[in-house]
Design a protein around this ligand. Structure first.
Ligand code: SF4
Length: 319
């Protein structure tokens, strides 16, 4: 049985201990695809609460949003405090429940380079100052990074483990348009190459089951994402949550979610195509609360992992 190269395995090899990613969600961050800079409403599947388990803690600054042209950030002090509080709570839990020994601070919700440079620097450097933190992982969009930010992250990466996570989702522009992504595939290609050029570690997020895509398109996305030079990958099935444009499409019969069997078949093929050095951070996703509309197999993560492992076993893989 061949063990899939996981991100946890990569970190263990590199740091010799259990390194845990601590997700944080800082209020004031939004997304240019939500605030009207690129588009309004965001990606059709995005109801950002559903991707942000710790978003509740970010509510004290509700109504306050940053963008690249924000001249002054009057709430930076409070954002730094939120960051610290979230890190303390979640890192303690990870230590007691999962035996975590070191941490990567994962700026997860919304677009975490979409703020004035001074704010980004203050937040990233505060995160790196916490005890046990070996680095950062920064989730963002390819149209929301700049040479200034990448150059700065490259400087940080001389002493710390720095990752940048891009939503690739699909390499097909017709799909990106259909989900209102607000950028094209060429933009992703350009900024993944730039991030790699700065020597940064890049993780790519892929979604299988996007509207209008068949199996060959999903696998072509995986192939092209690997060819871009990503170092790590997250695979997600597309699921429908309440209060999204996709929920409306689903209600009028214009979108059919991917079945569990098809997802697992595509995932297995994508893993077999994957270069060995690309680590895997996630093989599925779901949400276990009443915001999930469909498909129902995306509710129970343990059940998903059981089915995925059973399918992997047939081709000699183990996750
Ligand atoms: S890029 Fe991310 S945060 Fe922005 S609209 Fe799309 S899914 Fe939502």
């Amino acid at each position: 049985m061949k063990q899939i190269y996981t991100f946890g395995g990569y970190l263990k090899e590199k740091f010799g201990c259990h390194v845990y990613k601590v997700p944080v969600s800082i209020s004031g961050f939004t997304c240019p695809n939500i605030d009207g800079t690129v588009a309004k409403g965001g990606c059709t599947f995005c109801e950002n609460d559903s991707f942000s388990p710790s978003l509740d803690r970010a509510k004290p600054l509700k109504g306050f949003y940053l963008n690249l042209t924000t001249a002054e950030n009057p709430n930076l002090k409070q954002q730094l405090l939120q960051l610290q509080q979230q890190f303390e709570v979640l890192s303690r839990k990870a230590t007691t429940e999962y035996g975590a020994e070191r941490f990567l601070v994962y700026f997860q919700s919304f677009t975490n380079t979409y703020a004035p440079f001074e704010t980004l620097k203050a937040l990233y450097e505060r995160a790196l100052s916490f005890e046990g933190v070996v680095g950062l992982s920064i989730g963002t969009r390819s149209d929301s990074v700049s040479d200034e930010v990448l150059n700065y992250l490259a400087e940080l990466s001389k002493k710390h483990e720095i990752w940048i996570e891009f939503g690739i989702q699909s390499v097909f522009d017709e799909t990106l348009q259909r989900i209102n992504r607000g950028h094209d595939s060429a933009n992703v290609r350009e900024w993944v190459a730039k991030a790699k050029g700065y020597g940064l570690n890049v993780c790519g997020h892929l979604i299988f089951g996007l509207p209008g895509e068949d199996r060959s398109m999903m696998l072509e996305t995986a192939r092209q994402a690997y060819a871009m030079g990503i170092d790590s990958v997250k695979y997600h099935p597309l699921y429908v949550v309440k209060r999204t444009a996709l929920a409306n499409e689903y209600a009028r019969g214009a979108f059919e979610p991917i079945s569990e069997d098809e997802y697992i078949e595509v995932l297995t093929q994508a893993l077999l195509l994957k270069p060995l050095h690309v680590s895997v951070q996630r093989v599925t996703a779901g949400i276990d609360n009443d915001t999930l509309i469909a498909p129902s197999w995306c509710r129970d993560r343990n059940e998903q992992i059981r089915s995925i492992n059973a399918a992997f076993k047939k081709v000699g893989l183990k996750y």
